[in-house]
Design a protein around this ligand. Structure first.
Ligand code: NDP
Length: 339
């Protein structure tokens, strides 16, 4: 069997944000209908202590594929020429279990995470949203800026706060270069004041967004703090919101943004109103009025990676792009190899 290898550059060319938003919409709906599944993700630390291998398996029933996102996580790589997360999404077909494709995981993760938040924003935010605040200035900040402008093309202003002010300025300069009215803010509260949409996409370990700052009607995408122990949202943000997640099970296992206020007693067991797929499928009501504060807590799930990788695999196959390699029975010469 031949498997297709698709590298980062080709993924970025094929997986346009506007397409990925629709792919993530389909992903969340499939999850709500039981057509996509995944066990909890797990990580294997490497003995040197420098890094770990993160593994996210899952399956897509209708597409007849299953697979695994395998990424090494080496935090010490930040600021070097190596990425902190590197790896591949492996796709297998479900008739005989053959490997179909290996797709660059970094570019898939970058694009699908913003697109997932875009789907939640389209479902939960006020239609007249005009001002976006972004907390963070890294890879996901860029992805979320592109994602938010994809679903809200009429955004009038973007404010950016980042822990390192020079990075907030660099990000705002770049956004202005793309024609966005962007400005850097020195305090998080300043960025949030008057914002309709807020995206938190940082590596923060303790809350950076305070509920007392939020005006009625705001929608928040909280996509950082995707592994414990880490938080971006204070308990008040969670308490006063209609609170939605990508996956209930993942939130119960992995989200300190949810678990800490639950342990404190600030919120109760029923505080998660639903998965975003339940809202899309009309099983759960999202926003009930213009003054609701809504939160989408994104942890990132294997189904997103598999749907995005499957889209890339099909499109690359149509375009005859990528590199094919033979996987399967070994074909040694009858007499063995001459060494
Ligand atoms: P980058 O390394 O590109 O950017 C990290 C950002 O976080 C920077 O803006 C940095 O600010 C900021 N930051 C780091 N530490 C802190 C801190 N202690 N307090 C406040 N800000 C901090 O990372 P990404 O953009 O790729 O990822 C951002 C977050 O999103 C991470 O937590 C990552 O795990 C998570 N993530 C979630 C996914 C999901 O599916 N939900 C998928 C992918 C990533 P500065 O540079 O100004 O210091």
């Amino acid at each position: 069997m031949k498997a297709l290898f698709v590298g980062a550059e080709l993924v970025s060319g094929i997986l346009q944000m506007k397409d990925c938003v629709e792919v993530m919409d389909g992903c969340f709906r499939a999850m709500a209908k039981g057509d996509a599944g995944f066990p909890p993700r797990f990580a294997m630390p490497y003995p040197s202590g420098k890094g770990a291998l993160g593994m996210m398996p899952g399956y897509l029933k209708k597409e007849g594929v299953f697979g695994l996102k395998a990424t090494s996580v080496f935090p010490g790589n930040v600021g070097t020429r190596f990425e902190s997360h590197q790896g591949a999404v492996l796709l297998f077909e479900s008739d005989h279990g053959s490997l179909l494709a290996a797709v660059d995981a970094g570019s898939i993760t970058r694009i699908r995470t913003g697109a997932a938040s875009a789907v939640a924003t389209r479902a939960l935010a006020r239609r007249d949203s005009k001002v976006l605040a972004i907390f963070g200035s890294g890879t996901q900040a860029s992805s979320h800026l592109e994602a938010m402008t994809t679903v809200f093309p009429g955004l009038a202003q973007v404010r950016v706060w980042s822990r390192t002010p020079a990075n907030a300025k660099r990000f705002a300069d770049a956004a202005r270069g793309w024609g966005v009215d962007a400005r850097e803010c020195h305090r998080g509260e300043e960025a949030v004041h008057g914002a309709d949409l807020v995206c938190t996409v940082t590596g923060a370990t303790s809350p950076i967004l305070m509920g007392r700052w939020l005006a009625p009607g705001v929608h928040v995408n909280a996509a950082g703090a995707s592994r414990p122990p880490s938080r971006e949202l204070d308990s008040e943000t969670v308490r006063r919101s209609r609170f939605f997640v990508d996956s209930r099970e993942s939130a119960r296992l992995e989200s300190d943004d949810y678990l800490v206020p639950l342990r404190e007693g600030t919120i109760g067991e029923g505080h998660i109103l639903g998965e975003v797929g339940d809202v899309l499928e009309g099983k759960v009501r999202g926003r009930t009025g213009d003054s609701d504060v809504t939160v989408f807590k994104s942890l990132g799930v294997a189904a997103e990676d598999l749907f995005a990788a499957y889209f890339v695999y099909r499109r690359a196959s149509e375009l005859r792009a990528g590199t094919m390699a033979e996987f399967g029975p070994e074909r040694w010469p009858a007499g063995g190899l001459e060494l």
